[in-house]
Every structure is written in structure tokens, then in C-alpha cells.
Design a protein around this ligand. Structure first.
Ligand code: AMP
Ligand code: MG
Length: 354
């Protein structure tokens, strides 16, 4: 097992519930300090520029080896995308689409919805961006948590069907009552947009941490791969470290947002087949691949699928690697990670093979 003391960044737990935001900010400040502390030790030639901001309901930390202005450009782009894609901001472009049932969308929003709908189909509806009526009924977007009745959920599920959303060019139409939530894909898309912007501006080395969505651009300035920590769902630490170059590392987990009522824990990822929070024995799913958007979509979808279906999906589709952590702390990794993942605990990971 690798020594993780030279790790360049942790994929911290977003802790992005309202109640936990203060703790997340403190953790982020700590991580920022850690990054600053570690980068000079790694023998980096360039100068690290770091920015921390709260956007898209999470804390983001961007570290870029390049001009300071590029960080300002990244921040502007994040806020621009948040203004377009937020489902909670009543003045966003997405909210206007949801309120009116049709809209001529910006290129960003149209492109994200177009690609997300394709991923909904590819995952056979485990990802369904029209899940919003159900997510809202459980109170996950507003933080006003409640347990809807079975009758209410059955009625709301009638509205959930990604196949009903129509997109022609930038014109989108939703049938009555259908509402889109891009929460499962927006940060991954944002990471891709930022990485493209930085590459266009000559950046060869950056690490973008959008709260559970990490994009590792290039390698570290010393030529070594970036080392990204995968959060331990049961503690404040990390369960594994993956060494990557030009890859997105995206985690979905029940622990990221949840509430408890009458001794039952309800978490924020919904199974579109039932309208209930996923409860299939998985604690988190991490996807490692080339594109942030695809990894973000798949981390949510494979969490819904559960370990067996998700393993089959990986065998059938490939093109990415995955780390599954189950409710008992068991860790399962796809075979492509054997050479680049190290566990921080004493156990072994089970390898999922083709
Ligand atoms: P993520 O953290 O990327 O897994 O996204 C989870 C968020 O996506 C939730 O907080 C909801 O807003 C939304 N969501 C929940 N379940 C689904 C689902 N099955 N398909 C699409 N979006 C979902
Ligand atoms: Mg996701």
C-alpha cells in the first residue's frame, strides 16, 4: 500500500446540507491549507493559485498552475452555470423551464439536458433528470424534510419519465407537471467546462474539487499523477486514494445529504422505480473516467442500481472504473484500478473482473 502522506488533495465529503455547511467550510479551509503545505514539498516547479468558493450548494476548491486571472475566469464560469442550472434559484434558466413547461435554452443548458437525457436512457432510467417532483416532495432541495405518503409518491411518479422531455436544438418542452433537476449532473458538466477553459489557456496542471466531484487536469507539476482521496462514508477520513492523470473522480453517497425520522435514515438519491430513497446496501459509489459529466451521471445511476446491477453495467459498457463501498465497509473496485488505487485501512478490496 502506498504511503499517502504526499497526497495532493482529498476528495472531501461535501457535507453540503445546510446544517453541515459551516463544518464543510472549515474542512475546506483546512484542505486548502493542506494543499498549500504539501505542494512545495512535492518539488513542483510552477506556482499554485488556489481559490475557494461556495456555489452549487457545495464548497469548491480550485488549484491551478497558471495565471491568477484564470481562477477569476473559472469562478465567473461557475457562477454563470449556477445561474443557468440551479433548480432552487427561482430566477435560473432551469426554473423558468420548469415553471413554463417550455423554453429556448442557452447552449450550456441545452447541451447538458441533451447529454443527460442520453445517459438516462443508457442507464435504463436509474438516472432520471425528471425526478424533481419526488426529490422536492421529500424536501431534499429546500432542506424541509418529510416522508411523503405512498399515495403521494405514486401520484408524483406519474410525472417522472425522462422520455417525456422533448429537446429540439435549444427548444425544450416538458409535459404538464414534469420538472427537471440537474443536481446529479451539473457539477460534472461544470468540471468539464472549467477543464476545457484551462486547457485552452495553456494550463497543464490543475486540480478542481467541486465538492465530491474532482477533476484532475494533467499531472502534478512534478510529473507525478494527482492523488485523489475517496471519502470514507463512515468517518471524517478517506477510505482509499487513487492516482490519476486527466481524469474525473466523482463520488455519490447517501452520507452527503440525508435526514432521520423515527429512527430511519432517508438519503437524497431516489430510486425512480419506487420514489423512495435508495436503500440497497451501498454507502457510496465513485466513478473514475475521462469526462466529469459522464462520471457524475454514472455515480448517481450506479448508486441506484446497487452492486450487482452496477457491476453488470460496467461489464457491458466499460469506459470507466468504479469503487463501491457498502454499508458494512466492504470495498469493491473494478480491475482497472488495481494498479492505481491504495486502501488506507487494513482490509483488502474485492476486485470486480470482466
Ligand atoms: P449526486 O450527488 O450527483 O449523486 O446527485 C444527487 C442529486 O441528484 C440529488 O440531491 C437530487 O437532487 C438528484 N437525484 C436524486 N436521485 C436522482 C436520480 N435517480 N436521477 C437523477 N437525479 C437524482
Ligand atoms: Mg451525480
Amino acid at each position: 500500500m502506498d504511503n499517502v502522506s504526499d497526497m495532493s488533495i482529498l476528495s472531501e465529503k461535501p457535507n453540503n446540507t445546510g446544517a453541515k455547511r459551516g463544518a464543510a467550510l472549515r474542512l475546506c479551509a483546512l484542505l486548502t491549507a493542506l494543499i498549500f503545505a504539501l505542494l512545495p514539498l512535492s518539488g513542483c516547479g510552477g506556482k499554485a493559485q488556489t481559490a475557494t468558493l461556495t456555489a452549487m450548494d457545495t464548497v469548491m476548491t480550485l488549484t491551478v498552475y497558471g495565471k491568477r486571472e484564470l481562477l477569476n475566469g473559472c469562478e465567473e464560469r461557475i457562477l454563470d452555470l449556477e445561474k443557468k442550472l440551479s433548480v432552487t434559484d427561482k430566477t435560473s434558466e432551469l426554473s423558468a423551464l420548469n415553471a413554463n413547461g417550455s423554453a429556448k435554452l442557452s447552449d450550456d443548458t441545452a447541451e447538458l439536458i441533451r447529454r443527460a437525457l442520453a445517459l438516462c436512457a443508457e442507464t435504463d432510467g436509474a438516472l432520471d433528470i425528471t425526478i424533481y417532483p419526488v426529490v422536492r416532495a421529500w424536501g431534499f432541495t429546500a432542506g424541509e424534510y418529510r416522508v411523503p405518503s405512498d399515495a403521494e409518491l405514486a401520484a408524483l411518479l406519474e410525472l417522472v419519465d425522462y422520455g417525456k422531455a422533448e429537446l429540439e436544438g435549444n427548444e425544450c418542452r416538458l409535459p404538464g407537471g414534469t420538472l427537471i433537476d440537474l443536481g446529479a449532473v451539473a457539477k460534472g458538466y461544470t468540471a468539464d467546462v472549467l477543464a476545457a477553459y484551462l486547457r485552452e489557456n495553456g494550463v497543464k496542471s490543475a486540480i478542481l474539487n467541486l465538492g465530491g466531484n474532482v477533476y484532475a487536469l494533467g499531472s502534478r507539476p512534478d510529473g507525478k499523477p494527482w492523488r485523489v482521496g475517496i471519502a470514507d462514508p463512515f468517518g471524517e477520513d478517506y477510505a482509499a486514494v487513487v492516482s490519476v492523470t486527466d481524469k474525473a473522480v466523482v463520488t455519490s453517497g447517501g452520507y452527503q445529504r440525508f435526514f432521520e425520522q423515527d429512527g430511519v435514515t432517508y438519503q437524497h438519491i431516489i430510486d425512480p422505480a419506487t420514489g423512495h430513497p435508495v436503500d440497497n446496501g451501498l454507502a457510496s459509489v465513485t466513478i473514475i473516467g475521462d469526462e466529469g459529466l459522464v462520471c457524475d451521471a454514472l455515480s448517481t445511476a450506479l448508486f441506484v442500481m446497487g452492486l450487482d446491477r452496477a457491476s453488470e453495467f460496467w461489464r457491458a459498457h466499460g469506459g470507466f472504473d468504479a469503487v463501491f463501498i457498502d454499508a458494512d465497509g466492504g470495498i469493491y473496485i473494478t480491475e482497472g484500478l488495481e494498479a492505481c488505487l491504495s486502501l488506507t485501512g487494513s482490509g483488502n478490496a474485492d476486485i470486480i473482473r470482466r
